[in-house]
Design a protein around this ligand. Structure first.
Ligand code: FAD
Length: 310
């Protein structure tokens, strides 16, 4: 469970990450009993397990591409991507936000949505509201690396009859979790190959990020091959391909008290005219949570601008 959040289980907030587990405990006196009851209600475990995972055929980036394509169809929308905001300030007399970009140019805006990581929002809001900035900075982040391996299917002796595994933190292993990508998602590999993904790093093992890609790959392979009984050929590499991707400061850590921090942040943001926040730092790290959070921010901007016009 902490593997999913790349977190330290001793500090992870159950209320902020898995509130339904608290409800199960309250309602059934046990999380396991609650899970069993929920699974029966949903028509058995298989239906629950496999309907949970969906991904766009051409990768998750196609969500952003689709959004961009849609926005570009509207002539009255002006888009500027790949530009960093270096400073943000509120101009009291004009009641406008001044957005300074890294290239030195400036935009003025009636409303701004801060949808960057909390530490980035903290930096941009430091001068406008230092208390809000401190609250945002208190949400810490963990780094991780993902290693995608392509193996010949026959070399993996494990039946891969699931969607992956999570490694209990107390084992002190490098791999936090593994995912059977080509089992989980159709069309990722031909029959004779399999794509397996390992996650390393996280809040408990930040030092692994200091290692070279080759070292990270080798550590991940060693543990994966142990869990999944992966055999090596007499000569040559045991995998067809291995790709290490680093995700630095990418996973917000929902520690105990997170929900209170978020409530405080929301209160202070509400005090800033025309400023809104959204993203993984606050109400859920999953992509559906981020989309919901962005929709809420967009609705709030709409209401704010409509009120200003009326
Ligand atoms: C390794 C890993 C695996 C994951 N797997 C899954 C999964 O399987 N399913 C799932 O649902 N979720 C998964 N997640 C979680 C999910 O992907 C993230 O929580 C989500 O993408 C975060 O979206 P976001 O828009 O809040 O932040 P981001 O995607 O981080 O977007 C923030 C944006 O702000 C930009 N930015 C930062 N600073 C500035 C600045 N000064 N000016 C302008 N722009 C700036 C950044 O460039 C970035 O584009 C995973 C996360 C990680 C790290």
């Amino acid at each position: 469970f902490s593997g999913i959040y790349t977190a330290d289980p001793d500090t992870l907030s159950m209320r902020a990450t898995m509130p339904q587990f608290l409800e199960f405990e309250a309602q059934y006196g046990s999380v396991i009993r609650g899970l069993k009851a929920a699974s029966t209600k949903n028509g058995g475990t298989e239906a629950v397990r496999y309907s949970m995972f969906v991904a766009p055929k051409n990768g998750i980036g196609s969500l952003v591409d689709a959004l961009l394509d849609e926005l570009k169809r509207h002539k009255n929308i002006s888009l500027e991507t790949e530009k960093r905001v270096s400073q943000l300030g509120f101009l009291e007399p004009e009641k406008q936000w001044r957005v300074k970009l890294a290239d030195g140019s400036v935009r003025e805006a009636d409303a701004v949505v801060l949808c960057l990581p909390a530490y980035g929002a903290a930096r941009l809001l430091k001068e406008t509201d230092s208390q809000l900035s401190d609250l945002l900075s208190s949400i810490t982040y963990a780094s991780s690396a993902v290693i995608n391996f392509i193996f010949e299917r026959k070399r993996v002796l494990h039946p891969l009859d699931g969607f992956g595994f999570v490694v209990p933190a107390e084992l002190g292993k490098h791999v936090l979790a593994g995912s059977f990508s080509s089992v989980k998602f159709k069309g990722r590999a031909p029959e004779h190959l399999t794509v397996l993904r390992a996650f390393v790093g996280g809040a408990l093992f930040p030092e692994i990020m200091e290692l070279s890609d080759a070292k990270i790959r080798d550590l991940a392979f060693e543990e994966l091959s142990f869990y999944l009984s992966i055999t090596s050929p007499a000569r040559g590499l045991p995998y067809r391909e291995a790709l290490v991707t680093r995700w630095v400061d990418s996973m917000p850590q929902y520690k105990v008290g997170h929900r209170n921090t978020v409530r405080e942040i929301e209160k202070r943001v509400a005090g800033l005219k025309g400023a809104f926040i959204c993203g993984a730092a606050y109400e859920g790290v999953g992509i559906p949570d981020c989309i919901r959070s962005a929709n809420q921010a967009a609705d709030a901007v709409n209401r704010c601008l409509n009120t200003a016009l009326s």
